[in-house]
Each structure stands twice: as C-alpha cells, then as structure tokens.
Design a protein around this ligand. Structure first.
Ligand code: FEO
Length: 384
C-alpha cells in the first residue's frame, strides 16, 4: 500500500489475538503498522509483533524490490512493535538502529543487546537526512512509554505518531474510527493526558498532511477532527453531552433503579443516556463511556462490607486512568447495611475535580416510595 510516492505500508493484521496487551478484547483484531521510506537512503519505521515477523519481512522485501534498508527507526519498544527487531538486524546486518537513549536501554533488557556499534541515538529535534526526505525526531515520553519518539517527514509532511492516533481493530475490517480509538486511548494512553497535550503542542507547529500511527488506519483527511478529539480526550474534558449510568445488580433491584433513572433522564430532556451492567459490559467500553460524558451515575450494592467487586474495579480503573472534571451521582442498595455510597465516595477521593450530586438514592433491598422520590429528585438535579 502506497502512503506517498516514497512511503509504503508494510504492516500486518492480527486476527489470532484474543486479548491485546493481555487485557483488551479486540473483536476485529489488531493492526501492527510499519512503514518504509524509499529515498537515497532507506528507512524502516518500526517492526511488528513477533508472531508476524516472517510476514513483515516479506512485505518489507517486496517494497524494497532488491534494495537494502539503511536504518530501522524504533519509535516504541513495547513488544507489539519491537518483537521483530532482532530478526531484522540479523537479516540486514548493515542497517543502523535509530532510537532514543531510553529505547536502547530497553533493547538491552528485552534482547540482551543494545546493538552497540550500529546504533544512532537521537534526541528531541535531531534530524536524519535520507536524500530528498528529512526525518525530524520528536520526543513523546509517556505516550505511552517513556522511551517513545515520534518522527516528522518534512518532505511529505507525514507525522509517524507511534501509538498516538491508534485504535483497536485490524485494517481489513471496516469500522468507525472514533469508537475503537476512544476505547484504545482511554484504556492505554488515558492516564497520560499531560504528555499527550505536550506532544499536541509540538505537532501544532508542524505542517501535517498525513498521520501514520502504529495501529489503525493512516489518517490523511480532515485531520482537525482527529486532533480535536485527542485534545478533548487528553485534557479530560467531556466529549459528548449526556449521562452514563454504570451499575451492578445482584438480583435485579439495583438494575431496576438504574433503568428507571435512565427513563426519567430521557423524559426530562437529557440528550443521551448510556447505561451498562459492569458485570456484563466490557470494562474498557465502560471506562470509555465514563470519559465520554460529563456526568456519571454509579449504582451498586453493599457487598462483604464493601461494594460489589465489578464496581470497585470500575472506580479504581477510572482513578488509575486520571478520571477528573466530572459530576458523579450515587445510588446505593443494601438489605441490612447501607454503606455503598460511603465506600464509593472514599474511592472517588483520589479523582481530581469531581463533584458529587447532592441527591443520593438509598435503596433498602427494593425501590419503595421513599427511594422512588429520591430517584425523581436526582433526575431533576441531573437535568436542571
Ligand atoms: Fe502499540 Fe504501546 O504499543
């Protein structure tokens, strides 16, 4: 696949993977992208997962058409991209490995060698001349590992963005970009909003016509759309108007309250209400929805003197991922000890700039007149 006259796509699609990074379901597989820039000198941009080394080398050989690569640029050392580096260096013993000092340290850790004698260490702003193309390296630490660099080709105005602007899903499956890019972003990069903001500021100074990420499609149209979404996500601002209700329910009574609240919110004019049972919904999808909207309702039960485990995991995951700047409402259920709201408040203390709604719904086993009136008051407060 041709990206520009001189830049070819040589990545692979993975439909065998069950869990990306050992935890994320990827029903449409995963793409490990790699590119080659053919100029007077030839640069290969990143490798792929070790399960696809042969296919990647074959894609590379076809693009090279008898030439030999001069450089392998390693932007990120996570094994989905670094898994074929060692084989590459054996097949092409004259190629120089180009990367950050931190990445070379990681190569020592992962491979037992840092390719001394054939390494080119690049720092922020360093340039590599290939002929007509000049590559400029941009530090992108914590997007989402500390060694990450991005690369700008000023000739074709291409930004090689490492994991940035990536998404779940292989490239031979048609699907909406934002949904799986958002789930990917908040799951994998979400904690590092500050570093993403820093990179976006650097990118704003460049004339970018194409973004070549390490996952997901190459982006070449309406780049403002993608850049704006990344700005919203990394600054922890809500993306869409609406309310997300996340609940757990043991016998259905908390579920009934959550669903009734959803109905009332819609009736009272809330433009979008999303609802999820945390025991059955993909946790990464629920995390994505919590970040998408400005208001989150949490409904759960007392359980073993704490809260239902899926709710604890959900709140802890949000907190780990830097959840902030949101309004949160609480619904608690307990047959003999109503303590869930107190536990949730405690867990939420680690989230910055979170406002708890004044009205808390207290359910003793099942909805009754008192809890129904609290539910009504909460719906009023959230749609005011
Ligand atoms: Fe796609 Fe952070 O690896």
């Amino acid at each position: 696949m041709e990206i520009t006259k001189d830049i070819k796509y040589i990545g692979v699609n993975d439909h065998k993977i069950d869990l990306f990074e050992g935890q994320y379901i990827v029903p449409n597989g995963m793409a490990y992208n790699s590119y080659v820039i053919l100029d007077d000198k030839v640069a290969v941009m990143d490798s792929v997962d070790a399960n696809f080394t042969d296919q990647w080398l074959s894609n590379l050989a076809a693009a090279l058409d008898g030439r030999k690569p001069d450089y392998l640029v390693v932007q990120h050392m996570e094994p989905d991209h670094s898994g074929s580096i060692v084989t590459f260096t054996e097949v092409y013993p004259d190629a120089v490995v180009v990367s950050s000092v931190k990445a070379f340290a990681m190569m020592g850790q992962f491979f037992g060698t840092d390719f001394a004698g054939r390494q080119l260490v690049v720092k922020e702003g360093a340039k590599l001349e290939l002929g007509t193309h000049t590559l400029q390296f941009i530090g992108a630490p914590m997007v989402h590992w500390p060694e990450v660099i991005m690369t700008y080709d000023s000739t074709d105005k291409v930004l090689f963005s490492a994991d940035g602007f990536g998404k779940f899903g292989a490239l031979d499956v048609e699907e909406d970009w934002a949904c799986e890019a958002r789930r990917y972003y908040f799951g994998i990069v979400g904690k590092y909003g500050g570093p993403v903001q820093t990179v976006l500021k650097k990118a704003a100074k460049l004339d970018i016509q194409t973004i070549c990420p390490l996952h997901g499609p190459v982006l070449s149209e309406d780049l403002g759309y993608y850049l704006n979404l990344y700005n919203t996500w990394s600054s922890y601002q809500p993306e869409s108007e609406g309310i997300f209700i996340a609940y757990t329910s043991v016998y259905g009574n908390t579920k009934k309250a959550a669903e009734l609240l959803a109905k009332k919110l819609t009736e009272k004019g809330c433009p979008k209400v999303s609802i999820a049972d945390l025991a059955r919904e993909d946790m990464a999808e629920a995390v994505e929805d919590a970040f998408r909207y400005g208001t989150l309702v949490l409904a759960t039960t007392t359980y073993n003197g704490d809260i239902f485990p899926f709710m604890r995991t959900f709140i802890e995951t949000l907190s780990e991922h830097g959840y902030q700047n949101r309004r949160i409402a609480l619904i608690e259920n307990g047959s003999w000890a109503l303590t869930a709201a107190k536990v949730m408040r405690g867990l939420l203390e680690s989230c910055k700039n979170v406002t708890i709604a004044e009205n808390v719904v207290h359910i003793k086993s099942a909805l009754n007149e008192a809890s129904l009136s609290e539910l009504e008051a909460l719906a009023d407060e959230l749609t005011k």
